[in-house]
Design a protein around this ligand. Structure first.
Ligand code: KIV
Length: 292
């Protein structure tokens, strides 16, 4: 089908075609806008809803270690776990681009090891691109992955996999030299072939300088409004996570409270016998029809 654009995507039952967001689309948003709206997801049902809500990019982040598994940090998360959640999320997506996080020690050892594991994410996790943390030191690893046709999203600033080196989840790039280093890191990632970069936990003016310094889109989390897009963890912006509540998280709903309330009502009705009423029970005729 050379010479004709064949967009990837899925045909709906209604016959209308939903076009998948592609890597070139994401790159193009730097110049053309609108800002990229990215969120995390870890399962099919949530992915379906976030896609329906119009998220452009869905990330299966290694944040799943904290918000799904209840760990204190992301370090123990494995490739197998990212792939397991990736397959579930992929089944729920019609439009959003799907990115898989490369977990701690899946890309640091060597460019070859990084490529091998990025390939596993694409083949076993159904991802359409991968994300990895780090600056200039991982540029050769990015270049090797990109050389195999796998798109890479970078991640600079607060890199949660380096929590122990940073002495906690701390804002990065506050000093002039640290801010300059972040800009060099972002440029190195761009030169290595990244198609976009997450900037996490840096002052808004520093994120603005990084965004200005590179020709690929930046996607901020705790990095102010001057990035080319924003990303939030789904359990955070939906108000479900009961743990850490960082300043940059705006809660667009309080689903955690709604779940607790709904559960209380269900428990009460089960205990009093109000549930299941006739409405939620099969009558004799209905059962007979069903078994006939
Ligand atoms: O793991 C994750 O969810 C992330 C995002 C917060 C950017 O890396």
């Amino acid at each position: 089908m050379y010479g004709r654009e064949v967009p990837t995507g899925v045909a709906e039952a209604s016959g209308s075609f939903v076009r998948k967001v592609t890597v070139p689309d994401i790159r193009g948003r730097k110049a053309e806008g609108p800002p990229i709206a990215m969120v995390t997801a870890y399962d099919f049902t949530m992915a379906l809803l976030l896609d329906e809500g119009g998220a452009d990019v869905i990330l299966v982040g290694d944040s799943l270690g904290m918000v799904v598994q209840g760990l204190p940090n992301t370090i123990p998360v494995t490739i197998e776990e990212i792939c397991y959640h990736g397959r579930a999320v992929a089944r729920g997506l019609r439009r959003a681009h799907l990115v898989g996080d490369m977990p701690f020690m899946s890309f640091q050892l060597s460019p070859e090891d990084a490529l091998r594991n990025a390939g596993r994410l694409m083949k076993e996790g159904c991802f359409e691109s991968v994300k990895l943390e780090g600056g200039a030191e991982v540029a050769p690893h990015v270049a090797r992955i990109v050389s195999a046709g796998i798109p890479v999203m970078g991640h600079v600033g607060l890199c949660p996999q380096s929590v122990h080196a940073m002495g906690g989840f701390k804002v990065q790039g506050k000093q002039d030299d640290a801010a300059d280093r972040l800009i060099r890191d972002a440029r190195a990632l761009e030169d290595a072939g990244c198609y976009s970069i997450v900037i996490e936990g840096v002052p808004a003016d520093v994120a603005a300088r990084i965004t200005e310094a590179v020709a690929i889109p930046t996607i901020g989390i705790g990095a102010g409004v001057h990035c080319d897009g924003q990303v939030l963890v789904c359990y955070d912006f939906l108000g479900m996570f009961r743990g850490m509540r960082p300043k940059f998280v705006k809660r667009y709903a309080e689903l955690g409270d709604a779940i607790v309330e709904a559960t209380r009502s269900y428990v009460d009705e089960v205990r009093t016998g109000a549930f299941p009423s006739d409405t939620y029970s099969f009558g004799i005729k209905a059962v007979a029809r069903k078994t006939a």
